[in-house]
Design a protein around this ligand. Structure first.
Ligand code: C2E
Ligand code: MG
Ligand code: MG
Ligand code: MG
Length: 280
């Protein structure tokens, strides 16, 4: 009995793995169509000046409205896009759509708004194809490099150091900022912060969510912020949900903040309404 139970359990696991593989393949196939069918779109989450509460930037976050599966979060399809190579085309869409929206808002609201765009290091493996294209696009849209930040996660950076660092430095030459995303969750040597000429670090939500007077996350956040400032980096805290968290971060001199306390990621027209309200 034990033997047959064992065997059937083995069959069960193998069946699950098989199902997962089929599922990934199916998502990968659909993703190929998603771009041309306009199923991918961006939402925009405000990043505010922690002292004044004013919107300084938006982070663009990708969404997929699948025809039968509904709304699919990026964590469920970005890794598949990276595996299949589709990330290059998707990343190109994200960059250009983000810049187009930024150019439009900068014109209409006459403000020095900035945009922060997530990129995957897998996009940077074939850079000649689009780099000059992106720079040209920026110039055509009259967006200065300093108004753009590219976010790369600390973990990803560690696995792609050589090729990626060369690309990041090329972006830096155009004045584009580089932000180290999910800071504190990876194992980066601090020397990278200087070597790659990083501009911003984004303290990961997992630290911010534990940020209370009693937790040691408070000391960690304080240490990260003062270290960053010593290295002349700006700090963005992500995932701020409560006034108490914001108050502690303000006390530590955190530069910028992002999270549900200020706003969830918004559709373009809702983000616009916020900008309009801020102007009066
Ligand atoms: P991320 O870049 O660290 O983005 C922050 C994530 O935290 C977003 O999830 C955002 O919706 C969520 N968030 C923001 N404030 C709060 C808060 O106060 N509380 C909570 N609980 N969550 C908050 P989202 O949009 O699901 O994105 C997940 C990840 O997917 C992103 O993490 C980023 O790494 C990746 N991603 C999103 N869009 C893109 C893209 O266009 N390209 C690439 N390569 N990756 C992307
Ligand atoms: Mg990000
Ligand atoms: Mg982040
Ligand atoms: Mg994060």
């Amino acid at each position: 009995a034990a033997k047959s139970a064992g065997r059937s359990r083995w069959c069960f696991f193998s069946f699950e793995l098989h199902q997962q593989a089929i599922e990934r393949q199916s998502i990968s196939n659909d993703l190929r169509q998603a771009l041309s069918n306009n199923e991918l779109f961006l939402v925009f989450q405000p990043i505010v000046d922690m002292q004044t509460g004013h919107i300084r930037k938006f982070e663009t976050l990708l969404r997929w409205q699948h025809p039968n599966r509904g709304l699919i979060p990026p964590e469920a399809f970005i890794p598949i896009a990276e595996e299949s190579g589709l990330i290059a085309e998707i990343g190109d869409y994200v960059f250009k759509e983000s810049i187009r929206q930024l150019a439009d808002w900068r014109r209409r609201f006459a403000m020095d708004l900035m945009m922060s765009i997530n990129i995957s290091p897998y996009q940077l493996s074939n850079p000649e194809k689009y780099m000059s294209d992106w720079f040209e696009f920026l110039h055509d849209q009259h967006v200065p490099g300093y108004a753009v930040s590219l976010e790369i996660t600390e973990n990803m950076l560690m696995h792609h150091t050589e090729a990626v660092s060369k690309q990041l430095l090329a972006f830096r030459d155009e004045g584009i900022n580089v932000a180290l995303d999910d800071f504190g969750t990876g194992y980066s040597a601090l020397s990278y912060l200087n070597r790659l000429d990083i501009d911003y670090i984004k303290i990961d939500r997992s630290f911010v969510s534990e940020l209370t007077e009693e937790h040691m996350e408070k000391d960690l956040c304080e240490a990260i912020i003062s270290m960053a400032h010593k290295l002349k980096l700006k700090v963005v805290a992500e995932g701020i949900e409560t006034q108490a968290q914001a108050a502690i971060l303000i006390k530590f001199g955190c530069d910028l903040g992002q999270g549900y306390l200020y706003s969830k990621p918004l559709l373009a027209q809702d983000a616009e309404a916020l900008l309009m309200a801020q102007q009066v």
